[in-house]
Design a protein around this ligand. Structure first.
Ligand code: ZN
Length: 509
């Protein structure tokens, strides 16, 4: 056995520092979005920018490149699955992406993100796209300059996608989302008429915030929120982060008139938190100790929110808890009412308010439009019209104004182009994982109904979470399910559930 080369120790030290800087950044972000007084925002912007500069300098340090080069011959003789070999590959990816982007462009990108979000906020408040168009034009121009830093891609959008879903390409995504759309549009047409929104239906209300908090905590502790290692706080835009092993922070927001927001929102963030919590401690101070992609991350949140949280056995387990903590809960609600209520299909203009069935159509629309913008097929000034036309085509709805149309999401103002598809990828992966779970855990329904979540958590930890960033998303999915990313399992899952819940009439045979 040959001793590990000295360069490996040096690489570990650098990897640990990069990882620490990332976690310090997460902590600043958490603080800013939960407890920081608003007047602290300006100074916090400086702190975050300084940290970013330090991390960028560290990541682009030529000495890091030298260490990576020096270790290649050693890595070639090792097990390709070994932590250190994967670390080398992932650090090389980060290093090579970072050194290609000039510091001046990186600074412009982060400034444009801050300004773009401010312009977007104003434009949305006034419901006036013309106040946002210059910021969007600027974002597109900067994205093109960013793309030009790279070589060897087929489509410029591939470069943008790769930042969120490593290895994903336009050529792979276009047929997937096309097939998804082709499956969902006729399904939606089959739903004879849209059901009522679950708000005010099965959930009753209004519910006092303190009652909601108690209900949510009871549910969370039931599924696996460990009070010694997790926190739940309030944030305007909920998120989840692991700062360190034993320190997972999830957030939610409460609306007296809509308990579903906090209920499904916390299950969603729990799924994200559980993923990060399940990454082994030995990878915690390493770039390998992070989620592999946004799509995989989202598969974990959607699995708990939708696949588990909106299942009949989970409804049966949760109902008595909700009744216990929410005095305004309608006494007559049955498990079937709850199950049907949380699976109701209701077309809405707003992505974040949409149900599981129509959600992906909102993503298809954004993907089509941002692709057309990047390809230069669509001019920025034509975007609101194109948006409204697509909403009508996909959902049959008319958009009354820009605030509930093209201006509803923060992403484009913040420069996050190529991000939206990861939401749908998460939905598809969750359905594929669920099929594997049902095979491996044949008692899963009975376990969920009894509140036995440990087998499911254990399966997810072993099969998905424990790899951290060691396996890329397609490799991970293939190892766990034996499949490539596919649309059919999601459509099958959705159709079965909607039929079972009585939302969709059983197809005559
Ligand atoms: Zn999420």
């Amino acid at each position: 056995v040959s001793a590990a080369p000295p360069e490996l120790t040096a690489l570990h030290e650098r990897a640990a520092i990069l990882s620490d800087l990332g976690h310090i950044h997460s902590l600043l972000f958490w603080d800013q979005n939960t407890v920081m007084p608003p007047d602290g925002a300006r100074a916090r912007g400086d702190h975050a920018a300084t940290l970013e500069v330090v991390a960028h300098e560290r990541l682009t340090d030529p000495e890091l490149g030298r260490l990576l080069d020096a270790l290649e011959p050693w890595a070639a003789g090792q097990d390709p699955d070994a932590d250190d070999v994967r670390l080398l590959r992932e650090l090389r990816r980060d290093f090579e992406k970072a050194v290609r982007v000039p510091t001046s462009l990186a600074a412009e990108l982060s400034r444009a993100a801050a300004l773009g979000q401010a312009d977007w906020q104003e434009a949305r408040a006034a419901s006036d796209f013309s106040r946002f168009r210059d910021a969007l034009e600027r974002q597109l121009e900067l994205r093109h300059r960013y793309v030009e830093c790279f070589t060897g891609f087929e489509h410029p959008y591939d470069v943008l996608l790769d930042d969120f879903e490593p290895g994903m390409t336009t050529a792979m995504l276009r047929p997937l989302l096309g097939e998804l759309c082709d499956g969902l549009v006729p399904l939606l047409a089959e739903l004879a008429e849209d059901g009522p929104k679950p708000v005010g239906g099965a959930f009753g209300g209004p519910h006092e915030v303190e009652h909601q908090r108690r209900a949510v905590m009871d549910i969370l502790e039931g599924v696996g929120f460990d009070p010694d290692g997790w926190r739940l706080d309030i944030a305007p835009h909920p998120f989840a982060q692991r700062i360190a092993p034993g320190d997972v922070r999830i957030t939610t927001r409460y609306d007296m008139h809509d308990f579903t927001g906090a209920y499904f929102g916390t299950l969603h963030e729990f799924g994200h938190g559980l993923y990060e919590a399940g990454i082994p401690d030995r990878l915690a101070r390493s770039p390998l100790g992070t989620p592999v992609s946004l799509g995989v991350h989202e598969s974990q949140s959607r699995l708990w929110e939708n696949v588990v949280g909106r299942s009949r056995p989970f409804c049966a387990w949760a109902l008595p808890r909700l009744q216990q903590h929410l005095p305004a809960w309608p006494a007559a609600t049955t498990v079937d009412d709850l199950y049907r209520g949380v699976n109701t299909v209701h077309r809405t203009l707003i992505r974040v308010e949409s149900d599981e069935t129509t959600y992906n159509l909102h993503i298809v629309l954004r993907f089509e439009l941002e692709l057309a913008l990047i390809e230069g097929q669509l001019a920025v000034d034509e975007l609101p019209h194109a948006w409204n036309e697509a909403i009508h085509r996909l959902l049959g709805l008319d958009v009354p104004d820009d605030a509930v149309g093209v201006l509803q999401d923060v992403h484009w103002g913040a420069g996050l182009i190529g991000y939206f598809p990861t939401y749908s990828l998460g939905n598809l992966m969750a359905a594929q994982l669920w099929e594997a779970i049902r095979t491996d855990l044949p008692e899963i329904d009975a376990q969920l109904e009894r509140g036995e979540f440990a087998p499911l958590r254990g399966w997810l930890r072993e099969r998905v979470h424990s790899h951290g960033r060691k396996l890329r998303a397609p490799e991970l999915l293939h190892r766990v399910t034996g499949q490539e990313l596919a649309v059919e399992p999601f459509l099958r899952y959705l159709r079965e559930k909607l039929t079972d819940a009585g939302v969709l009439r059983a197809a005559p045979r």
